[in-house]
Design a binder for this molecule. Structure first.
Ligand SMILES: [Zn+2]
Length: 391
């Protein structure tokens, strides 16, 4: 095993208060020692231990690799026309998610695998070193299991989302579809999934159906997470907290009771996905309200071809600072440590001895530039599990 020291880091966010200043554990003129796939040491550059190799960061800022805890990468085709119509004020009546379901079912394993690889690489170039991804465009036992098998080749954070929408074949009998999702489809998918998710929303699955699906998944060892309160007020957030879900995702329409539930939950993170509101010209979730109440907040891309076709965590950080009331420090932390908490991981989202060696270098003196210089490709080097993948 060789060790590498990254030295001359102008500013380093560790997300480890004991290592540096404030909640970000910020260090100036810092160094990090990588040993294999782990971080062996982080601290002031002048005190760095010797290593086999060295990399000069030339004063750039370093942050933990982003943890994107919510994406939908296993799909084929795209929805350019739908987006164009929506943004041009024209009506669009084609099938939304169903369009992607049809294209995904028709695609070969190789095509789907190549798509996932492309998006994971695209995300990596923007600093993402851990990414969760979901099924949900197959909606048959075979196609959902296939999506998860393909996803599992790229990430350990795979989520069974057979309950994305009711499959077109079951449009007249949603109860039978819930039976499928909690029966043969779950059997086929459980070996490839860590999490179970449900789109709890009017037009998708109601609170009772969502409870049935999440409980069935939990019995098979899958931990719940919930698409909750995105398009309207509803039972999703409180169900997520009640069931001890790792995350309630979207959280755009929240009552005071929903906010209290998230704030008092020790285990359910509020994951905000501003790419979805951006791409649908919808109202952003109020991160300030959640943080002030005491909730743990994560930021994620929700990358999917319909409502948020971006893999860019820096873009989400910029929106969160500009339009959701987050400070630059809070947004950076939500995109790293927050995502790690939403995935119940303690080995990612921070730079500290023992953590995965996941680091992004920014062509900037400070992480604040992620919001200060929106749209600028600042990520100039990335280590993922100790391997320099970029820069
Ligand atoms: Zn989603």
């Amino acid at each position: 095993m060789t060790t590498t020291v990254i030295t001359n880091i102008g500013s380093l966010v560790t997300n480890t208060p004991g290592l540096g200043e404030g909640p970000l554990g910020l260090l100036r003129d810092a160094a990090v020692v990588i040993d294999g796939d782990r971080i062996a040491w982080a601290g002031p550059a002048g005190r760095a231990p010797a290593a086999d190799a060295s990399y000069d960061a030339k004063g750039r800022a370093a942050v933990p690799g982003f943890v994107d805890s919510h994406s939908h990468l296993v799909f084929a085709g795209d929805r350019t026309e739908e987006f164009n119509a929506r943004m041009s004020g024209r009506p669009y009546t084609a099938g939304g998610i169903r369009t992607t379901v049809a294209a995904t079912r028709a695609a070969s394993d190789e095509e789907l695998d190549a798509n996932v690889a492309r998006f994971v690489t695209e995300a990596l170039r923007q600093g993402t070193t851990t990414i969760e991804t979901k099924s949900g465009y197959g909606l048959t036992p075979h196609d959902e299991a296939r999506a998860l098998r393909i996803a599992a080749a790229h990430t350990s954070e795979t989520t069974y989302l057979g309950a994305h929408i009711v499959a077109p074949e079951y449009a007249g009998d949603p109860a039978a579809y819930v039976d499928l999702v909690t029966g043969p489809m779950l059997d086929a998918c459980a070996p490839y999934a860590r999490w179970v998710d449900v789109f709890c929303e009017e037009g998708a699955f109601d609170g009772d159906q969502a409870r049935t699906i999440l409980t069935a998944g939990a019995k098979r060892g899958l931990v719940p997470r919930v698409h909750a309160n995105q398009l309207s007020y509803g039972p999703g957030v409180r169900l997520a907290v009640e069931l001890g879900a790792a995350s309630a995702d979207h959280c755009t329409h929240l009552t005071p009771e929903d906010v209290d539930a998230l704030a008092q939950s020790g285990s359910t993170v509020a994951t905000l996905l501003p790419g979805a509101e951006f791409s649908t010209r919808a109202r952003y979730p109020d991160a300030r309200r959640l943080i002030d109440a005491g909730a743990t907040v994560a930021l994620s891309t929700d990358c999917n071809p319909g409502s948020s076709f971006t893999t860019a965590m820096p873009f989400c950080i910029a929106i969160a600072v500009r339009d959701m009331g987050m400070t630059p420090d809070e947004a950076l932390q939500a995109a790293t440590l927050g995502g790690a908490k939403a995935l119940r991981r303690t080995d990612v989202g921070r730079v500290a001895p023992g953590a995965c060696a996941d680091i992004a270098l920014l062509d900037a003196p400070s992480h604040v530039h992620l919001a200060y210089r929106p749209g600028v490709p600042l990520v100039s080097a990335v280590w993922r599990r100790g391997v320099r993948e970029l820069g």
